[in-house]
Write a new protein. Structure first.
Length: 440
């Protein structure tokens, strides 16, 4: 077997979980994983695939230079409990597109460098649910997905019109999408599709044709999410595109309802789902909990509000004789403001003494066309709450960067606390965590 130069090896072990196989085998932080069953481990997908056997030989390089061959018998799919300094065990693949709607291209200058990185990596789709365009995939990459049964994959489709997709993504490889989707379908790879809709570009007849193409690959394409294009105030030099308003959103939801009725008859599934933002823009009632069919694309903002309300109702049904005496301020974006006012009334009616005020934080940083809570900055939050009278402030965890207590403008949660001189608590977007944060 031909090994890479050890000095170039990137499979550095950063953590070993307690009571794991790795701990039992005396694997240590700083050890380097070389191979599993004589297979070079190029990335986390290789690792996940080759570690799944019941008997494996793991080759490790210790800090003193010794090479250990660890013979391990375990349950099928049982992990070793080791974590790497790089979760991918490889460099993430960057996006090669220049999409007319790319949000990163609409960021202001002088933000943290990592915010400008555009990932388009199939491994992140598998591991973290990221959506990918499939434009930078070689035949080897496609074959590896099929061989390793990497599933589900979340795919940014936007359109199946070859010429239009090349134009929207500004990439000559973008038109190959449907051929790749058909290969995945033949291999029974599970997929979810996303369509970022731009008025007058990929809606109307283009949307109809795209859905017709994607529906031919059902049920391996389980669902299609339709989300509106997001536009910041930093679009100078970029292609002019329109945003969705109440009239356009209303028309779209009527069309989607027709598609859903059609697919319900054909598949027993609605197949296509609109993001919550369309319902808010159109001032329409959200679909029922059952209409979301298990919420296959909740991370894409499809059904998040309905699921949150259902979990609030469930938690409130369990509450008996709870009394508090405090005033709580809840910060949210423009999109969810009316919804959160309704939720807050439900809660305060059930819990005497709990005075809740919801504050709508307008996004001055990115522009008022950006309405989601997840893009509110620390500066805008402080400006909107520092003169308010309250005991504690609650913000959704989506306002902070993943895994950090830092807002997108690099203001930390501690900075906010020090500035407003009040307690600030983070809540997950579920009823149990939200209500317990309010009460406790």
């Amino acid at each position: 077997m031909e090994l890479r130069n050890i000095n170039e090896n990137i499979n550095i072990i950063e953590n070993i979980k307690a009571h794991s196989i790795g701990e039992e085998m005396d694997v240590e932080v700083g050890d380097i994983l070389i191979s599993i069953n004589d297979n070079i481990i190029k990335d986390i997908i290789d690792y996940k695939f080759h570690i799944s056997d019941e008997y494996v030989i793991v080759k490790i390089k210790k800090a003193n230079g010794e090479i250990w061959d660890l013979e391990i018998e375990k349950e099928y799919d049982e992990d070793l409990g080791i974590e790497f300094s790089n979760s991918l065990i490889d460099k993430a693949k960057s996006c090669r597109n220049n999409c007319m709607f790319c949000f990163i291209d609409q960021l202001p200058e002088n933000m943290r460098e990592t915010l400008y990185f555009k990932d388009d990596d199939s491994r992140l789709s598998f591991l973290q649910g990221n959506f990918i365009t499939l434009t930078n995939m070689s035949d080897e990459d496609i074959n590896r997905i099929i061989k390793y049964r990497i599933s589900p994959i979340n795919i940014s489709v936007h359109t199946t019109n070859k010429d239009l997709r090349e134009e929207m993504l500004n990439n000559k490889n973008a038109g190959k999408l449907y051929d790749i989707l058909k290969r995945f379908n033949e291999a029974n790879i599970e997929m979810n599709a996303q369509i970022v809709l731009i008025p007058g570009v990929n809606d109307g007849i283009e949307l109809k044709n795209t859905l017709n193409d994607l529906s031919k690959l059902y049920p391996n394409i389980e669902s299609v999410a339709v989300v509106p294009v997001g536009l910041t105030k930093y679009r100078e030099g970029l292609k002019k595109v329109e945003a969705y308003n109440k009239e356009k959103s209303t028309k779209l939801l009527d069309e989607i309802k027709e598609y859903q009725n059609k697919y319900l008859k054909e598949f027993g599934s609605s197949f296509i789902f609109a993001s919550d933002e369309f319902y808010v823009l159109a001032n329409r009632e959200l679909p029922t909990y059952e209409d979301y069919e298990g919420f296959p694309q909740i991370e894409n903002g499809v059904g998040l509000l309905r699921d949150f309300k259902a979990s609030i109702e469930e938690e409130l049904s369990k509450i008996k004789d709870v009394k508090v005496n405090k005033k709580v301020l809840i910060a949210t974006g423009t999109l969810a403001y009316d919804f959160m006012c309704h939720i807050s009334k439900m809660i305060s009616d059930k819990i005497p003494g709990l005075n809740i005020e919801v504050i709508e934080v307008k996004n001055d940083f990115f522009g008022h066309t950006i309405t989601v809570s997840g893009l509110i900055t620390g500066k805008d939050l402080i400006k909107n709450v520092e003169k308010k009278d309250f005991n504690q402030l609650i913000i959704p965890e989506s306002m902070l960067r993943n895994g950090e207590e830092v807002f997108l403008d690099d203001i930390s949660l501690e900075d906010v606390r020090n500035k407003i001189k009040k307690d600030v608590f983070i809540s997950k977007v579920n009823g149990f965590d939200f209500i317990n944060t309010l009460i406790n």
